[in-house]
Ligand binder design. Structure first.
Ligand code: MG
Ligand code: MG
Length: 249
């Protein structure tokens, strides 16, 4: 079942979105080679609480931290650790959520630690821009497949692959609601996008194969071939006036 949100509910979700965007920004402000992923998680956690929200991921399905922090070939769901040190040139993804008055936000950003090589810059830039293409399509009159297709048609000519086993999703009173939002799809297919639909759109790109596997911790999802990956995510409301990004400062 797909739940449409009222304008008042979208306003609350925008507050949750702003808080998580500030938290992720704060963590990246101090991100540099030598820092641990646990330190980054602590910063995001404190910021969310200081701003009066609750971390959305902590304890959800048993996840043990505030943020998922995934590096290089890790695509999503990396567990922050005091033993995990960020290295020069790493692509670091901080994926985080907040809850305000029972409503969720979900947001992910990738940045490169220290000196970056050109290939990594191109991967991060392409992922970020593919999300913007998708957001442009989150408007009334379009269909879900238009969002998926926007990601796919932007990414494919650049030579990257798209993860299939993990996708975007509806979001609201639950972190994961219907519908699923794949990053591959045909235009003009799938459900019609109506005002009040709120989606977490999240392209996950890989340099090699799209196939994934889970590490022994039963959380961290990595590329099967060990190739680099990148992930961005915004929570986006479909409104009468077009797409509205909720996870912005
Ligand atoms: Mg997320
Ligand atoms: Mg998500």
């Amino acid at each position: 079942m797909i739940s449409l949100k009222s304008n008042a509910e979208i306003k609350i979700m925008k507050e949750a979105g702003k808080i998580v965007a500030i938290a992720v920004r704060k963590a990246f402000d101090v991100m540099q080679p030598g820092i641990t992923t646990k330190e980054l998680d602590n910063i995001a956690s404190e910021e969310i609480k200081n701003l009066g929200a609750q971390p959305a991921f902590l304890g959800l399905y048993g996840f043990p931290a505030t943020a998922c922090i995934s590096i290089n070939s890790e695509i999503v769901h990396g567990i922050p650790s005091e033993d995990r040190i960020v290295n020069q040139g790493d692509i670091v993804t901080i994926d985080c959520g907040a809850i305000v008055d029972g409503f969720y936000s979900d947001h992910a950003v990738s940045e490169i630690a220290g000196n970056a090589d050109e290939d990594s810059i191109f991967l991060v830039d392409t992922t970020k821009k593919s999300l913007l293409q998708a957001i442009d399509n989150a408007k009334p009159g379009n269909r879900l497949g238009d969002i998926s297709n926007a990601v796919e048609t932007y990414v494919r000519p650049k030579g990257f692959e798209l993860v299939r086993e993990y996708v975007g999703h509806g979001i609201g009173r639950q972190l994961h609601e219907s519908p699923q939002v794949p990053n591959i799809g045909q235009p003009s297919t799938g459900i019609e996008l109506k005002p009040g639909l709120v989606l977490a759109i999240e392209p996950m790109l890989t340099v090699g194969s799209w196939e994934t596997e889970k590490l022994e911790d039963d959380w961290t999802v990595v590329t099967k071939d060990g190739s680099m990956s990148c992930h961005f995510e915004h929570t986006v409301a479909v409104t009468e006036n077009g797409p509205e990004v909720l996870t912005e400062i």
